[in-house]
Design a protein. Structure first.
Length: 116
């Protein structure tokens, strides 16, 4: 089992920045990919960014060149640096990790609100 604890959400004005962090514990040796998803009110949850075991990032088109995903393997932590935030980025951001066995684990979510 893998447990995830997220931090870093909050309220920010449009154009501002936030950094999210997600720290994994438990069976961290089983972790393959790590990433972030988000869910806006009334919308489906969507992938924002992922980073592979080897450190290769993937981004949703809507956040490319604004968001950066990174990870610290020593701290078992994945980060999401969010710049030039827009009101459309508002939502609950969830950390997700996938194990080599194909099992997914989700964090509890952290609220990000971007005001006009």
């Amino acid at each position: 089992q893998v447990q995830l604890v997220e931090s870093g959400g909050g309220l920010v004005q449009a154009g501002g920045s936030l950094t999210l962090a997600c720290t994994a514990s438990g069976s961290v040796f089983s972790i393959n990919a790590m990433g972030w998803h988000r869910q806006a009110p009334g919308k489906q949850r969507e992938m924002v960014a992922t980073i592979s075991y080897g450190g290769i990032p993937t981004y949703a088109a809507s956040v490319k060149r604004r968001f950066t995903i990174s990870k610290d393997n020593v701290k078992n932590t994945v980060y999401l640096q969010m710049n030039s935030l827009k009101p459309d980025d508002t939502g609950v951001y969830y950390c997700k990790v996938s194990s080599f066995a194909g099992k997914d684990y989700w964090g509890q979510g952290t609220q990000v609100t971007v005001s006009e």
